[in-house]
Design a protein around this ligand. Sequence first.
Ligand code: NUP
Length: 222
Amino acid sequence: MSLIVALDSPDREFGSLVEDLCDIVDGFKLGLPLLMGRGVDYAARLRSRCNRGLWIADLKLADIGHVMKLTTSLVVEHVDAVIAHGFVGIQGALGELKEFLNSLGKKLVVVASMSHPGAREVYDKALPLILNVIGELEPWGIVAPATRPQVITSIRERLGDSVTILSPGVGAQGAEPGAAICAGADYEIVGRLITSSNDPRAAALAVKDAQKQRLQACKRGA
Ligand code: NUP
C-alpha cells in the first residue's frame, strides 16, 4: 500500500515520529507552515532520521518561473520532489521550473485539483485546461483529491498510467483510506489522522490495513 505522511505543524517536533514511521510508510510531505516555521534546514534534520522513501516539499508554487526556481532552490537539496500549482501554465512558469528540477535530478508534482469543498468553485471548472497543461508538460506526478475519487478516475483516464497520482484528503478531510487508490491514485497523503494520533505508528498501520481491505473490495467490484 502507498502512504505518504503530511507534516504541517510548525510548532511540533516531528523527529521521533519520522523515525517511528520510517519503515512502514512510503515518504513524507513537508508543508509550508513547517518549512516556514522551522526553517528549511529542519527538512534536512528530519530526513537524517529517515533516509528512505519519497520526501516532498509542498510549496504549492504559483509564480513566474524565475521566482518559483528561487523558492525551490532554498529547499530542493533536502527533498526529492516539489509541488507547484498547474494553473500558472508552462511558458515562463512550469516549463522553467521543470527544466530546473530535471537538471537537479528532482521531480515536479503539479496540482491538478484540490481536496477541499471550495475546489468545486474554480478548480473543477478549470480542470480540463489544467489537464492540457499537465498533458503537455509531462510532470512526474500530480495531486488529485481523495475526497472526490471520480475526479481521480477521470484524470487517470485522460492522462494514462505514466503519471504518478498523489491524493490528499484522507482522514481529517473525510475520505476513507483506499478510496483514492481504488479510483486510480498511486499514493494517499495522510496528515492529521496519523500525526494527531497518540500512537502515530498504530494509526499509520491502521491506514495501511484499511487501504488493503478497500483495495481488495474494489478489485472484487464492491
Ligand atoms: O488539494 C490538496 N489538499 C491537501 O490537503 C493539496 C494538498 N497538498 N493538500 C495537503 O495535504 C495539505 O496541505 C496537507 O499537508 C495535507 C492533508 O493533510 P490532512 O488533511 O490529512 O491533515
